[in-house]
Design a protein around this ligand. Structure first.
Ligand code: ATP
Ligand code: ZN
Length: 225
């Protein structure tokens, strides 16, 4: 249940954003034992509780107004936003700031020995992805007709398994692509972790804690620039 006297922040439980998210909160002055495996941990010195979940659940918790603040990748945020908009579901949130970690990109890749000319290559292809809504928006804007093969993992093996002609997925070093005989042909967008906030009826007390926390987070990020 909501407690109007404590701010709730949601971060990734374990994964590429979790260490940086936990570190940011602690460096911002929060005394909290985030090594604990509990779903919700209480800060000792601030009226703040931290909830740790899978990153995919973070945008929805904010957009449904259940949790006040969240740290999530812009890639996951955008996918959830487009998905909710297409279903006319609640999709309100406020992006407070971009953070200085979680940098990655979403790219289109195809088998290494396939001839690539331009984006029209993808007309009438099937693309494996965990981001079907971002991909649809991108291709719709370019009048490219495609089919998606939605996978939540092992996206990079889809072409060699005969499931798809290419993939649309996160790329960091490119090592995974190479290991699966793929090459990046188009970068569609870049992403960072960001701090988001629910947009509806937050009380003044919570607003003042958010402002305080935001000032501290900005200070931490500035200091490590
Ligand atoms: P979960 O179990 O929480 O669903 P996941 O496996 O979906 O986790 P991770 O691989 O932990 O997700 O990545 C989380 C987010 O980190 C990505 O959605 C993206 O925003 C960001 N990210 C992806 N690759 C990198 C990278 N190489 N370095 C930093 N951040 C990254
Ligand atoms: Zn995830």
């Amino acid at each position: 249940m909501q407690n109007n006297n404590r701010l709730r922040i949601v971060i990734q439980k374990s994964g590429r954003l979790s260490t940086d998210s936990k570190q940011l909160l602690i460096q911002s002055g929060m005394k909290i034992d985030l090594e604990d495996k509990r779903l919700i941990t209480f800060s000792e010195n601030m009226p703040i509780d931290v909830m740790c979940v899978r990153d995919d659940d973070i945008p929805g918790l904010i957009m449904d107004g259940i949790i006040d603040l969240g740290i999530v990748g812009e890639n996951v945020l955008k996918e959830e936003l487009l998905k909710r908009q297409s279903k006319l579901e609640d999709s309100n949130y406020i992006k407070l700031m971009r953070l200085d970690f979680g940098h990655c990109k979403l790219s289109l890749s195809i088998p290494i020995n396939t001839n690539y000319f331009d984006i029209n290559f993808f007309n009438h292809t099937r693309i494996a992805t965990s981001y079907p809504y971002i991909l649809k928006k991108y291709f719709d804007d370019k009048n490219i007709i495609f089919k998606s093969c939605s996978l939540n993992g092992s996206v990079e093996v889809a072409p060699s398994a005969g499931l798809a002609d290419g993939i649309f997925d996160l790329v960091s070093t490119g090592a995974t692509l190479k290991a699966n005989g793929l090459r990046e042909v188009e970068v569609i967008c870049y992403s960072y972790a960001c701090l988001i906030c629910k947009s509806n009826n937050m009380n003044l007390f919570k607003k003042s804690i958010i402002n305080k926390l935001l000032t501290r987070i900005k200070g931490v990020i500035k200091a490590r620039e």
